[in-house]
Design a protein around this ligand. Sequence first.
Ligand code: S3P
Length: 181
Amino acid sequence: MKAQKQHVNNLYLIGFMGVGKSHFARMVSESLNYKFFDTDHLIEKNEQATISEIFKNQGEMYFRKLERDLIVSGLPDEACVVSCGGGLPIQDGMMNLLRTKGVVISLFASKETILERTRTNKKRPLLNVDNPEEQIGQMMSLRAPKYLEADASIATDGRMPADIMNHIIRAYKTINKVKSS
Ligand code: S3P
């Protein structure tokens, strides 16, 4: 009997702002020879506007709809690594949708690490507040249970990037096999 070709599930990297999703998504896509996508970059390109401009001019709800549309029908179904904006999996039904479309891996970092990484970058409207530390703490507590619904969760603090990348690839390959069988 002819062996059936294994479906090459997409890998969706999720997690809070500043955990390193884009960086690792790119590294993993190169290592697996998959296509790389970043939902924020795609939305900015499609809308010809920055995330801050979209939040300011059309509002967050509009941005969330663009994120949902992108996941529903805006990306190839196979062999992609997708770095998802931090709020993308939080919307109702999105985590289930992501998990039916591929393998979902969640990256975690401490509040201190996130604060350090996001401090100088003013491109994230939700962290452009008087007290970003408090904001990160509050948002993280609300969102963490949702991020933990991923197929696998990986803590990144204090680890070498290569170690994290290998962990992501190992988890992806194992879960991909289970989901394709
Ligand atoms: C957001 C995260 C951002 C971007 C937008 C909203 C969020 O993406 O989509 O500013 O709600 O967490 P990154 O997680 O890539 O920074």
